[in-house]
Design a protein around this ligand. Structure first.
Ligand code: ADP
Ligand code: MG
Length: 702
């Protein structure tokens, strides 16, 4: 086998793995090759000098225990012919049972009753105390072997039930890494260029891998962890910065050099309200981008209700005033219709036509719009995914506006951009999911970010209440009072996964309870398992006021505007992320009426649950809330990797390791500006390609 290929060897071939374990490693962790295994990092390290007294051992918590072995017993395993070996560990504070189900002969040979040992593993309760430790790693200690001389760091790998069934425990992982080391010396090409390693004092790859998987020294392992954190940030940053670079250099966009008469006319005659300072600033940033012949790729982050739509309109006015077409894409039909209505209201006095293109648009109408887009007669179109279908052609597409951008995949956005051939259109992305500034660098490394951090004046603040089940009656009374005034209400149920049956049942039961409790009102329901037509229909009924109450899962999260809705009740609010609750809250308070957001907690909520919910009572600012959310939940849950399109970091902590991130980003920027094609860094390029493929990331914007 050629040297380079050894890394592509399927894990099943590694001694100690075999087909069954290989299958589980793949299904549980996506590990398939030798190379994958190398990057399966320990979850943490146990320090041998940190011994847990047995009286403080907890079930399911890995620990290092130190004590004396009791007498050994061999017992038949109930029912079968097989036998188990049992002994105890006692340290003067408590005792623990040690058990081996197989392969225990060596234990009998090597250890004896009364001997002092370190026992390492994850104890569990078998029905009743004492705690039991199965297949512990045993290390003799005592006079002959002082603890300080031992290997002091013990890698603990992520574990699952399936892994445990196949004895894929820490001990086994160490065997596997020893074997892999024997075969390869972990000598892979290092993706981090030597000069960067030198500047940042990073361990070489093979050295670092050894310190990670076969550690002998705490300090060295720390240095290795630093290296991999750096590497994770560095790779992603190189990828993002290259994307940005290629977008700006490979493609040309039409330069909208004049603000255009339309902007002036609209501003002077038709502007429905004075713009906020934040809106003005962002419009200026956009104008500056649009005047260049490099494609704009800008994201507007702004809280719900901060007025992103009119900012997008200004961008549209500039493009149209320069003779180009604009396409505005939204993730749902309801939202697209809403935008079409706003744009028509604003643009019709200027004599600018706005088309609406949805999946459900009747064929005849669709054909007319397609013809007008192709001829250039129609300057502006609003729609859903229908906008980037194959049969859609634009005469002069100069600007795309994408609302709730995270709801679209990179490919979908790109297929819209390709329609401007031979140009690239300018792109403006909008999102109401504020991301803490600390995260924006890694999440949006390839776009420029504008922030609208100010709400239009005169907003009625939303009264936010946290209530428990015991206060249900009060909640229903408040709801009833609002309904009697002619207002409408959302009642939201959590649905963690669209496929979770119990959640679905909760929504359906909730729907029935509401119908029974409020028989004089019409109640609608929306959830993720419904067909999109039925969803749209229910949303329409609610929008038109035909239903007064909408029972729903979080599918209404996205910017739907029903000004008459003044009550939002979120059931099991403790099960949502804060940012999501904040987004949901933005469904109300959109009209002239006082509004209520009521977050329901169980009767005896935990302290942390209450702490989180109270943050919503205290703050109305989405950025502030996202920072708190990030702190309380940690970045993994917060980002919801699917939504951000980011790979999960295995080693780095996007919050804690900001300093490393900044260094890695700087290094990536320097490198890309010096050699954007990476032709002088083939190892990095190869690595990046594999990395992009593995995480389904695009190497280029299109
Ligand atoms: P979002 O940022 O959530 O998309 P919208 O663009 O839908 O917010 O704006 C929310 C509401 O605020 C709309 O009814 C809009 O017309 C109004 N609005 C936007 N900007 C201002 C402003 N500067 N002054 C007053 N009202 C505004
Ligand atoms: Mg919006």
């Amino acid at each position: 086998m050629a040297d380079a290929d050894i890394w592509q060897t399927p894990l099943a071939y590694l001694k100690g793995v075999g087909p069954r374990r290989a299958e589980v490693l793949q299904s549980e962790f996506g590990l398939y090759t030798y190379a994958d295994l190398l990057e399966h990092f320990p979850r943490k390290y146990l320090d041998y000098s940190q011994v847990t007294p047995l009286s403080q051992a907890k079930p399911d918590q890995e620990g290092v225990f130190r004590g004396r072995l009791g007498s050994f017993q061999v017992r038949p395993l109930s029912g079968g012919k097989r036998t188990v070996l049992l002994t105890t560990l006692y340290d003067g504070t408590a005792w623990m049972e040690l058990v081996w189900y197989q392969g225990w002969e060596w234990v009998r040979q090597k250890f004896s009753t009364g001997q002092e040992v370190l026992a390492i593993g994850r104890p569990v309760y078998k029905k009743r105390p004492p705690l039991q430790l199965a297949h512990p790693e045993l290390i003799p200690v005592g006079n002959q072997q002082p603890i300080e001389k031992l290997l002091r760091v013990y890698p603990v790998y992520p574990s699952t039930e399936k892994l445990r069934q196949l004895q894929l425990d820490n001990k086994r992982f160490r065997m596997l890494f020893e074997e892999l080391y024997r075969l390869t010396h972990f000598s892979r090409e290092d993706p981090i260029p030597a000069h960067i390693r030198e500047t940042h004092q990073l361990l070489p790859l093979n050295h670092a891998l050894k310190a990670i998987h076969l550690p002998t020294d705490v300090e060295e392992t720390e240095r290795a962890r630093y290296r991999f954190k750096f590497q994770e940030f560095f790779l992603l940053q190189v990828l993002l910065i290259r994307r940005k670079y290629f977008l700006k250099t490979q493609y040309t966009a039409p330069a909208f050099t004049q603000a255009g008469p339309l902007v002036k006319e609209f501003y002077e005659k038709y502007l429905p309200f004075p713009l906020t300072e934040a809106q003005k600033r962002v419009i200026k940033e956009i104008r500056r981008d649009l005047a260049l012949s490099t494609p704009m790729n800008r994201l507007i982050q702004g809280d719900v209700g901060s007025g992103k739509t009119i900012v997008a309109l200004f961008a549209a006015l500039i493009a149209i005033g320069n003779g180009y077409q604009v396409a505005l894409m939204a993730p749902t039909e309801v939202l697209a219709e809403q935008h079409a209505r706003s744009f028509r209201k604003w643009l019709s006095p200027l004599g600018i036509g706005v088309g609406l293109l949805l999946g459900s648009t009747p064929p005849k109408q669709k054909r007319r719009i397609l013809d007008q887009l192709r001829s250039g007669e129609l300057p502006c179109v609003v729609g859903t995914h229908a906008l980037f279908q194959k049969n859609v052609h634009y005469a002069r597409l100069g600007l795309t506006l994408i609302d709730e951008q995270h709801k679209f995949g990179v490919k979908q956005r790109a297929s819209l951009w390709e329609k401007a051939h031979p140009y690239r259109p300018h792109n403006l992305l909008l999102t109401a999911t504020p991301i803490p500034r600390t995260l924006a660098l890694s999440v949006y490394g390839d776009v420029d970010v504008s922030i609208i951090d100010e709400l239009p004046p005169g907003r009625q603040p939303i009264k936010t209440l946290v209530r428990t089940e015991a206060q249900r009656k009060e909640v229903w009374n408040l709801l009833r009072a609002e309904l009697e005034k002619g207002r409408q209400a959302y009642i939201i149920y959590p649905l963690v996964e669209e496929s979770e049956k119990t959640d679905l049942k909760a929504v359906e039961e909730g729907y029935e309870v509401i119908q029974q409790t409020f028989p004089q009102y019409s109640v609608g329901m929306v959830h993720g398992r419904m067909s999109s037509e039925r969803k749209e229909l229910a949303m329409q009924r609610f929008k038109l006021g035909q239903d007064q109450i909408l029972v729903s899962t979080t599918v209404v999260e996205v910017g739907v505007d029903v000004p008459n809705a003044t009550v939002l009740i979120v059931e099991h609010a403790d099960r949502f992320g804060l940012s999501q609750l904040h987004q949901l809250r933005g469904r109300v308070g959109r009209g002239q009426y006082a509004s209520y957001a009521i977050f329901m907690a169980p009767n005896n909520p935990s302290d942390t649950a209450m702490q989180r919910l109270r943050a919503l009572v205290e703050y109305q600012d989405g950025f502030r809330i996202s920072e708190i959310d990030l702190k309380l939940r940690g970045p993994g849950d917060f980002l919801g990797t699917k939504q951000s399109g980011l790979p999960e970091f295995k080693m780095a902590d996007i919050v804690e390791d900001q300093a490393i991130l900044r260094q890695a980003r700087q290094a990536a920027e320097d490198l890309v500006s010096q050699d954007p094609t990476l032709q002088t860094y083939p190892a990095l390029l190869h690595y990046l390609q594999a990395y992009a493929q593995k995480h389904s990331l695009e190497l280029f914007t299109a």
